[in-house]
Write a protein that binds this ligand. Structure first.
Ligand code: ADP
Length: 326
């Protein structure tokens, strides 16, 4: 192995920089040349490369975002686009790739790697934590802390004004952020893509809570919940229960930013190094992950085919801890 490329792709996540740094420093340590690829697969298609050395990644460990930039690249979904990407891969004399991203990024890597027999290792970087085969993904812990900080602040005003807040968090297909931030912030109800909570269920939960002297509540809502548009839910609640004084806050992209937490920095450092080690060991088409504190190698096919389930125990806790009786 004499030269590899590294890129960040898809939705950005805090800790991607820490992972890039780990990849580069491990390459320096092993005397392997490394080049950054700008804007994910777009840079591979466009031939946009940035040679990296130990100094290029100084100071980025603590920064959110990604110094390599990220993008969604429609050309890479076509055989022609990937053929151009392969031309550039060869021109750069690369022997392998480390791709940092989510399931879309790994889907592309899986196709490209098999098409041209290229060793590609995936590093799970997504705030959603929705990758099978790893307990945690890079960026998830930071996003949770950001959400809990925001919910705490909304809780202050919800309590002061006796209001019901619907707070929408990211998670189109997975409720990990809503559920875990819900437990950590004392949310009274969570609405998740994995659970078919009906409007009547929600109404019953709320009526129960308001019946025992609660006069403010937080409902944490994952983007991909089954019940529909968050504003419409709140509007319907207000029509039927004007006394709840329901409001909506969409946290949005602030969840993607900020300096990574200690947990994310450590995870990114470990997985970045593990990805280069996997390339040195002639591995291909796998994701490096962390399960019970140990590094694991998960074939892309497995990581992509399976869906990580939510923790039912935590889901049940929400109801137990909301203050009412069984
Ligand atoms: P994430 O990695 O966060 O899930 P995306 O779903 O946007 O983000 O995927 C990132 C990129 O991976 C896409 O913009 C595209 O270039 C590439 N990709 C995703 N799915 C495929 C596919 N089926 N074939 C080829 N490339 C893909």
């Amino acid at each position: 192995l004499s030269k590899i490329g590294v890129l960040t792709s898809g939705g950005d996540a805090p800790g991607m920089n820490a992972a890039v740094r780990a990849v580069v420093r491990k390459c320096v340590y092993e005397n392997i040349k490394v080049t950054g690829i700008i804007k994910g697969y777009q840079g591979l298609v466009n031939g946009d490369f940035l040679p990296l050395n130990a100094g290029s990644v100084s100071g980025i460990l603590k920064d959110g975002g990604t110094m390599l930039k990220s993008a969604r690249c429609p050309e890479f979904r076509t055989p022609e686009g990937r053929a151009t990407a392969y031309e550039n891969f060869k021109k750069q004399k690369l022997d392998g790739l480390v791709v940092i991203g989510g399931d879309g990024t790994f889907t592309g890597a899986n196709i490209f790697g098999r098409e041209y027999n290229i060793p590609i290792i995936g590093v799970p970087g997504t705030i959603d934590n929705d990758l099978f085969g790893t307990d945690l993904t890079i960026g998830y812990d930071t996003a949770l802390n950001t959400v809990v900080d925001a919910v705490d602040k909304i809780r202050d005003t919800a309590t002061a004004h006796s209001r019901l807040f619907f707070i929408e968090v990211m998670g189109r297909d997975a409720g990990f952020i809503a559920l875990n931030a819900g437990v950590a912030s004392g949310a009274e109800v969570v609405l998740l893509p994995e659970k078919k909570t009906s409007y009547d269920d929600l109404k019953r939960f709320l009526e129960k809570q308001y019946s025992y002297s609660k006069d403010s509540s937080i409902v944490l809502v994952a983007e991909g919940k089954k019940m529909g548009n968050t504003f419409e839910i709140a509007q319907r609640v207000n029509e039927e229960h004007p006394e709840y004084d329901a409001r909506v806050t969409i946290l949005g992209h602030l969840q993607r930013g900020g300096s990574p937490t200690v947990a994310d920095r450590v995870l990114a450092s470990e997985l970045g190094v593990a990805a280069v080690e996997a390339l040195i060991d002639d591995q291909k088409s796998i994701m490096v992950g962390m399960v019970d504190g140990e590094i694991v190698h998960v074939p892309f096919n497995q990581a992509l085919k399976n869906k990580k389930g939510i923790n039912e125990r935590l889901f049940n806790l929400i109801n137990v801890l909301s203050g009412g009786k069984k």
